[in-house]
Design a protein around this ligand. Structure first.
Ligand code: ME8
Length: 622
């Protein structure tokens, strides 16, 4: 038997509950695994996910909750498992780094590396970030803050154990020369290669117990625990040593699926750790992009931009939520998340294209009582000539196309191909107009419709990895298996995905609980002043913009404002307005704008901000 395709997700920190980003990676892994099972058999894949439970972040979260770390981890683990169950995650193994099977493997690898001289002790002084759980050198820092998230760092001097990562830098460079697709997409491989052009430093792999006790003990020195990343990465290997009963999993992993935030740890630290321990590196590391909330900020627990996956899944259904995530993000690139986009996707693809196709076919089936017509010929015989050319091609080779996309890790493209077939089928029904009674009664139309159901059934099968519950339901709405064989059982009036009405918020308004908090210092960086408009004219070539000359006390400036649908240029002259003066200058339609006028609402019903008494131009808004 061919070894199972071994696919992993990152192990998520249990300092908090899952957010949309975690849900994305895990659903993506699940969808890929389900496709593998569909195309290559139920034992063709092994999907591992789990939790990263050691380290300072988790230890602090436990302290904050007033719990022992293990108690906290147990509580969080059941919460995470619950979320994954509700989202339909079909993992084959779930690993927690506090499990004994994992502690044993980490201990063995540490001992091996120590005995062969790859781990040594030295005194080290560096800038430590609690958030990133790692040291930075002076030159790494960005304005005295950590260069990744801009968070505070503290100077720490301590004796620690180091792993001789630098010894293996050349090996890794050569390995990547020989295996150019080991890191995907290729632009991520370029990033890794760029990183490897700088000399690698040895990796600090211990934390003194005086600072942190929540970790796997360093086996030969009771004063230290293992650095959380050195422990967590090994999980992927642990799981192959102790797989669930009756399952055999071969190392190396086929794909480690990760977010782009943890590329270096996976594509540099991890292969070197393995190679030093005499174990093969993973075959592929696939880094996906980030879901961004507003203002292009990465969605994460620390920025407060948390979208809770369960809330969305409860509101719109887990299958529709899974569908949106898979369809919307081009694997590898970033994507913007908004509830509006989610609703639009559900309405356009699921309620409209797919839902209508079923409703239409079921209605026609009952209208003409086709259940009594014997079957002959094919759908394509009848309508082939009139159809858009791509249709015949689509329907006959849809499964091949989808398989190719999945094997090439392009789930968004696989889904789009399936929907091209759905739309072509809808079009073909419009072309052949079977509802026109005379034609509807003909046997050849009946046979065509049966074939249309066959294509719809295939569509449901091919979408089942993405929407397991809804597509199983759709399949059962088309055929039912009985002792006498398959019987058609379409019922009109059933709706897989009812249309959703989005409650519109006033434009630009954000709910209170989504607001990002800023400090007073951050606010003070804005230079907002009162100005008086001394001249105004429309900007050529657009009916949206006005060019304003604004007196700001010490100077006059040109500001271009998108207010022309609400205010004419002569209405603006003499008005007292409020201006953000230190916005980077931009050119709008060839006109330089040095600042931004502040207004509330949206065009054509804007309201300008002003002051309720006269203050001199240039007065600062505080
Ligand atoms: O890094 N968009 O755990 P973590 C898309 N424990 N995916 C996102 C995301 C976003 N905005 N935010 C997070 C850790 N993710 C370590 C990993 S592995 C041995 C140890 C996803 O809880 C993405 O998969 O911070 C990212 O890599 C992962 O969550 C980080 O999860």
């Amino acid at each position: 038997m061919a070894p199972r395709f071994y696919l992993t997700t990152p192990l998520y920190y249990v300092n908090d509950e899952p957010h949309l980003g975690h849900a994305y990676t895990t659903i993506l892994a699940d969808v890929l695994a389900r496709y593998k099972r569909l195309f290559y058999g139920t034992d063709s894949v092994h999907l591992l996910t789990g939790l990263d439970e050691h380290g300072q972040k988790v230890s602090r979260a436990a302290a904050k909750a007033g719990l022992e770390p293990q108690q906290h981890c147990d509580r969080m683990a059941s919460l995470w498992i619950d979320v994954w169950e509700k989202l339909g995650i079909s993992c084959d193994d779930f690993i927690r780094t506090t499990e004994q099977r994992h502690v044993d493997v980490v201990t063995e690898i540490l001992n091996r590396l120590y005995q062969q001289g790859d781990i040594y002790q030295k005194e080290y002084e560096g800038w430590y970030s609690v958030y990133e759980e790692r040291f930075f050198t002076e030159k790494d820092l960005d304005h005295g803050k950590d260069p990744i998230g801009g968070r505070p760092v503290e100077k720490i001097k301590e004796t620690n154990y180091f792993f001789r990562m630098s010894n293996y830098q050349n090996w890794l460079i050569q390995h990547y020369e020989k295996h150019p697709d080991a890191v995907l997409p290729s632009f991520r491989m370029n990033e890794v290669k760029g990183f490897l052009r700088q000399p690698l430093e040895d990796l600090c792999i211990s934390r003194p117990k005086s600072r942190l006790t929540w970790g796997i003990p360093i086996p030969w020195d009771e004063d230290y625990v293992t650095y959380v990343w050195f422990d967590a990465l090994i999980n992927y290997y642990t799981a192959t040593k102790f797989p669930p009963e009756a399952v055999e999993v071969a190392w190396p992993a086929d794909i480690h699926l990760i977010g782009k935030d943890i590329l270096t740890t996976h594509a540099v630290f991890w292969p070197i750790m393995l190679h030093a321990a005499g174990i093969d590196p993973p075959r592929h590391i696939l880094a996906h992009g980030w879901w961004m909330a507003r203002d292009d900020a990465k969605m994460s627990k620390s920025t407060g931009e948390v979208v809770k996956p369960l809330e969305l899944a409860d509101k719109y259904g887990p299958d529709a939520f899974r569908f949106f995530l898979m369809r919307e993000m081009v694997l590898g690139q970033d994507a913007g998340f908004s509830e509006e986009a989610l609703v639009n996707r559900i309405n356009a693809d699921l309620a409209n294209d797919l839902g209508n196709l079923y409703s239409r076919l079921a209605k026609l089936w009952h209208q003409f009582e086709w259940g009594t017509v014997p079957r002959h010929g094919t759908y394509y015989d009848y309508v082939g000539k009139q159809l858009p050319e791509e249709f015949g091609y689509m329907a006959s080779s849809l499964e091949d196309l989808v398989r190719k996309d999945i094997d090439a890790m392009r789930p968004h493209s696989a889904i789009e191909k399936i929907f091209q077939a759905v739309r072509a089928l809808n079009r073909s029904i419009e072309i052949c107009e079977p509802w026109k009674e005379e034609r509807g009664k003909s046997a050849s139309i009946a046979n065509s419709m049966m074939d249309a159901f066959d294509v719809l059934y295939k569509v449901a099968e091919l979408l089942e990895p993405v929407m397991p519950v809804k597509m199983a339901e759709l399949k059962s709405w088309i055929y039912q298996d009985s002792p006498a064989g398959r019987v058609m059982s379409p019922q009109p009036g059933r709706h897989l995905f009812p249309r959703i009405k989005l409650e519109k918020r006033p434009q630009g308004a954000k709910l209170q609980d989504e607001t990002i908090e800023i400090t007073i210092d951050e606010f003070n960086r804005l230079d907002i002043r009162v100005g008086v408009v001394t001249a105004a004219r429309p900007v050529k070539g657009t009916d949206k913009l006005l060019s304003l000359e604004v007196d700001l006390g010490s100077e006059r400036r040109q500001i271009v404002a998108g207010i022309a649908e609400t205010y004419s240029h002569d209405q603006m002259i003499g008005r007292r307005i409020v201006v953000l003066t230190n916005l980077k200058p931009v050119k709008l339609r060839g006109e330089l704008s040095r600042g931004m006028l502040l207004a509330a609402g949206s065009e054509p019903e804007l309201a300008l901000l002003t002051t309720d008494r006269e203050v001199p131009p240039g007065s600062k808004v505080i």
